[in-house]
Design a binder for this molecule. Structure first.
Ligand code: ATP
Length: 202
């Protein structure tokens, strides 16, 4: 099993930007957001269970899950949230382990936006946090997505605080606006992770 580096950070911090630099070095990426979508693909057992519970309104005309509608349901009803989590969490966990085990490199990068919120850090050998200011998170996300400042601020409130993430980080990449040397920072960490992976597999 490859050494597992979990990459986390708040909304708009730059996780994708940083992960792409590791990918350029040949490191495989396992992305929690991608897996969360894969387990509810059209035709999947999980999407069928969701369809049985909520009816055809829960899917778009192309057969894909209407995520916004599902979010609205679980936001206003704890029972439904518990039901959905009980359905999806084991499937997501299983798929994550499968993908992590497929890595044939010394280490693998596991991108997990909600690593701390979902208490998943024990599944990683090392935690890398992308750090920016809340102001930068807000302005980038407003710029990128079609949302206003208040909506992003609410998402920030629901996520772990900057301080919490930094307190539990093994490594930190700061990614302030205009940061130019992300690839240098990633190259240094890559070296460190290769060494740590070797030590673990000895
Ligand atoms: P999310 O979790 O919200 O999907 P993320 O953590 O993956 O976000 P990115 O998608 O990498 O973050 O970056 C968010 C936005 O900020 C993107 O539009 C990206 O181009 C921009 N961005 C990333 N790094 C910087 C930087 N150093 N300076 C300015 N803009 C940046």
């Amino acid at each position: 099993m490859a050494y597992i580096v979990a990459l986390t950070g708040g909304i708009g911090s730059g996780k994708t930007t940083v992960a792409n630099e590791f990918a350029k070095l040949g490191i495989p990426l396992v992305d929690a957001d991608v897996i969360a979508r894969q387990v509810v693909e059209p035709g999947s057992a999980a999407l069928n269970a969701i369809l049985n519970r909520y009816g055809t309104n829960i899917i778009h005309s192309d057969g894909s899950l209407n995520r916004q509608h599902l979010r609205d349901i679980i936001f206003s009803d704890t029972t439904e949230k518990v039901w959905l989590n009980a359905l999806l969490h084991p499937l997501i966990h299983q798929k994550t382990q499968q993908q992590l085990q497929q890595a044939n490199t010394p280490y693998v990068l596991w991108i997990v936006p909600l690593l701390f919120e979902n208490n998943l850090s024990h599944l990683a050998d090392r935690v890398l946090v992308i750090d920016v200011t809340p102001e930068e998170q807000i302005s980038r996300t407003v710029h990128r997505d079609n949302v206003n400042e208040e909506q992003v601020a609410n998402i920030l409130k629901a996520q772990s605080s900057r301080e919490h993430r930094l307190a539990y980080a093994d490594d930190v990449i700061t990614n302030h606006n205009g940061e130019l040397n992300i690839s240098d920072k990633v190259a240094k960490l890559h070296k460190r992770y290769m060494t740590l992976a070797q030590q673990k597999n000895r």
